[in-house]
Design a protein around this ligand. Sequence first.
Ligand SMILES: [Zn+2]
Length: 292
Amino acid sequence: MVIDVLERGDLSFPRSLPEFQRMFPDEAACAAYLERARWGGGFICPCCATFGDPYRFANRPTVLRCRHCQHNSYLTAGTVMERTHTPLSVWFWAAYLVTSQTPGMSAVQFQRQLGLPRYETAFQILHKLRVGMVRPDQDQISGNPAEHVEADETYVGGRTRGKGKGVHGMALVAGAVEVKQRKLSSSLNKRRTVRYAGRVRLAVVQDRSAKSLGGFIERVVTPGTTIITDDWSGYATLEKRGYLHSAVAERGDMQVAETFLPIIHLVFSNLKTWLRGIHHGVSPQHLQAYLN
Ligand SMILES: [Zn+2]
């Protein structure tokens, strides 16, 4: 699974526990970090677009109030911490643990490490952080004229045994991936172009209709991007939706798919391996929670 690491030069990430303690000694420090993440160039009111330092409240560090229209902005809005009752400092500790410790920490270990009285709180925080790490942002992918996007869909999970024909209990996952290229020169000075995956977007979709698949593409890919798919009718509306569409593969022909859609198939294969690792037979509901 390819996961973005969003490096931001203006937001340093603590590399050790002492550094973490220095950076985030209290709620105000955590709030200031969130504010820099969202308004690095200074606060702009999302309601009236006024630029300027907002009112701040000592006992409510996550609220910024516009001096012009009195609108409250919440630093946690649109993040995994939205509407949380847990202090920011606990969330920051949790995020640090999840990203710096051995993967696969259990909710019980997590609860102990954070000193949380309730198991449910630990479970919720851990789950939300993991979901947030699978989909680190809501940005649309590509938009780069020098590269294209491969899109396809696949069934994952579920068990078919004893349920007759069909795909009972399986989830249909639509995927889109940026295809990047790098030129390698070997010792013999022969140039070779290597393709590799950029950012990935995955979502559970209802069915293979043009409405579902075209709608997915519209949500996750920047208009104007070149998209390669197979010739399934579910992708036939892409041109109408503002993309440069190239339908290459004859549907179901593995060899054609390997040639023209190799990166998205690699993503799907990694997704299936990863899902087998976290669940024995993932349910569509589980998958929905992980991907959406
Ligand atoms: Zn305002």
